[in-house]
Design a protein around this ligand. Structure first.
Ligand code: ASP
Length: 591
């Protein structure tokens, strides 16, 4: 219906006749002459409807309202002097319309399109209108470019795109499953995949060598700003590759996506690596934000000698406990007394018993705790933390996991408060050498998933003194404090897989029942293999510079996992339930 997209209309076409189509972004009646800004997928062009040129087109233009759908034909001419709009690609010209058709009318918009302060509920209810805005068009252009770049990159590296089932069996990524009842098998259920983990491993047993997929994953979790019940990940698996080579594939993939999306300059020369231990001990997080310093140092040995019993007792168990110091350069001049008090309340929310601090003054360390330390030990603190006049140093003391967690959060909180987080840089870091397990309520849980290869002894066996110290061949890629993705080498030998299940307290019957097909496959020539998955929505979120994952998903759900557009989830016909052999225990109450 059109000869050109709006964005194409430039000085090049002056004097030519063109036809454009789109929506009315605005309409102004200037005493007889009507100006219309017509927008299509990516730009606005100005239409002029002057009765002197076409009475008919002007008559139609009088009826036009915002967001009407128009097709307009006319001649391109330069805008009058001083009337150019440098903000538009088409800002130097306008179209003098001689034929105007209203293809469809529109009710007034339920909200002001493009107004970012509009309540999100209404935007989600009318998502198709929200998506009509230039901001959203840009995001989805970026998303499409990134998806195509990912596919091209992986295809060039010899990866094969394979789809895996959505109706399947539970995959243990540690979240709750979405279940789908079976009509054919009364009382039985499919689970929607939390990831294609087991299928991609099976494809390696099939000799596919290199697999990828832009896979939809489903996890029934409590939602946060960067989580959705269904999301997309770039899922990758390959055979006969060591950990370094797999990480190189991931780096090339990231480079290709960044380059295609115009973020080439933000890429590092090298993706640095940090061990899990260092990340936890220095930044209190396994996804450290390295855009700013604020590092923690260990002072437990110094505190062991102090005369405060609480601290010295904590310091007596250096394996179980931590005493961490966090230096804030010039903090003494930045924070008020009241703020310092508020910091304690902040960390208490995350389990801290308190928050000690010293101020570095001309005369030396000051603060309520100094009296418990000898002169030498105060000097030791100054040296260890590298304190200069004006600095403040905070202390967290207590059980290791709790201290690292709240000091890590406190670090981020301070950085935000002090506005020292540069918004425009991309700081990548690989976190490596994760522990294989963590203890949760006395039970061993796989930190990644139970198919991750633990670091084996030279003889290829699982040897360890302390199971909690056992490391795995897992890695996560972190960008600006957000986990972009991660992966691992997998267990490809049945006896090791069985041993891991056993350590996790998964009985042989349970393992057989849940993952029997994988255990079987491992007995038929499973090659060494490994892979990773990158959160595709998260990548787009970071590239688009938005802080809500809902902005980068065309039809997202709310934090309460509802789709406000379609009203899913919703009650179903009793007949449907009957067919599925389901009886509700409780009649839903009408709202
Ligand atoms: N399946 C893992 C996940 O979804 C990624 C991987 O190990 O490849 O997090």
């Amino acid at each position: 219906m059109r000869t050109h997209y709006c964005a194409e209309i430039s000085e090049e076409y002056i004097g030519e006749e063109v036809t454009v189509a789109g929506w009315v972004a605005s309409r102004r009646d200037h005493g007889g002459v009507i100006f219309i800004d017509l927008r299509d997928k990516d730009e606005v062009v100005q239409l002029v409807c002057d009765p002197a040129d076409s009475e008919e087109a002007h008559r139609v233009a009088e009826e036009v309202r915002d967001q009407y759908v128009l097709v307009a034909t006319g001649k391109v001419r330069p805008r009058g002097e001083g009337l150019e709009n440098p903000n538009l690609k088409t800002g130097k010209v306008e179209i003098v319309v001689h034929s105007l058709t209203i293809e469809n009318r529109s009710k007034p918009m339920p909200f002001d399109l493009g107004d970012e302060k509009v309540n999100e509920e209404i935007r989600l209810k009318y998502r198709y209108l929200d998506l009509r805005t230039p901001r959203m068009h840009k995001i989805f252009q970026l998303r499409s470019t990134a998806a195509i770049a990912a596919r091209n990159s992986l295809a060039e590296m010899g990866f094969l795109e394979v789809e895996t089932p959505v109706l399947t069996k539970s995959t243990p990524e540690g979240a709750r499953d979405y279940l789908v009842p079976s009509r054919v098998w009364p009382g039985e259920f499919y689970a929607l995949p939390q990831s294609p983990q087991l299928f991609k491993q099976l494809l390696m047993v099939s000799g596919f060598d290199r697999y990828f997929q832009l896979a939809k994953c489903f996890r029934d979790e409590d939602l946060r700003a960067d989580r959705q019940p269904e999301f997309t990940q770039i899922d990758v698996e390959m055979s006969f590759m060591d950990q370094n080579k797999i990480m190189e594939v991931a780096e090339r993939l990231i480079r290709d996506i960044w380059a295609a999306c115009g973020f080439w300059e933000k890429l590092p020369n090298m993706f640095p690596r940090m061990t899990y231990k260092e990340a936890m001990e220095t930044y209190g997080s396994d996804k450290p934000d390295l855009r700013f310093e604020l590092k923690m140092v260990d002072v437990i040995d110094i505190f062991e000698r102090c005369s405060n019993e609480i601290f010295s007792t904590i310091a007596k168990s250096p394996k179980k406990n931590r005493i961490k110091a966090l230096k804030v350069p010039n903090g003494d001049n930045i924070f008020s007394k009241r703020q310092m008090k508020g910091f304690e309340d902040y960390v208490r929310k995350f389990g801290a018993q308190g928050l000690g601090y010293f101020q570095m003054k001309e005369e030396g360390l000051k603060g309520p705790l100094t009296k418990f330390f000898s002169e030498e030990d105060l000097q030791a603190i100054i040296d260890r933390c590298g304190l200069e006049v004006g600095d403040v140093v905070f202390f967290g003391a207590g059980e290791k996991k709790v201290v690292l967690d709240y000091m890590g959060r406190f670090r981020l909180y301070l950085a935000e408060l002090m506005e020292i987080v540069p918004k425009d840089v991309h700081k990548f870091v690989w976190i490596v050498d994760f522990p294989m397990f963590e203890l949760e309520e006395g039970k061993l849980k796989a930190l990644h998933h139970p198919f991750t290869m633990p670091k084996l002894s030279d003889k290829g066996t699982l040897d360890y003194d302390d199971i909690e110290e056992l490391e795995s061949a897992a890695y996560d890629l972190v960008l600006n404090g957000t986990e972009l993705g991660g992966g691992s080498l997998r267990i490809h030998k049945q006896e090791i897989q069985k041993e891991v299940f056993e350590l996790m307290g998964i009985s042989e019957e349970e393992a057989q029942e849940k993952f029997g097909f994988l255990l079987d496959a491992l007995e038929y020539g499973a090659p060494p293999h490994g892979g990773f998955a990158m959160g595709f929505d998260r990548i787009i979120m970071l590239l688009a510079g938005t802080d809500s994952i809902r902005d980068v998903i065309a039809f997202p759900k709310t934090q309460k996992a509802q789709c406000l557009l379609t009203h899913a989830p919703s009650p179903v016909d009793p007949e449907q339930l009957k067919e599925l052999h389901i009886r509700l225990r409780q009649r839903p109450t009408a709202e």
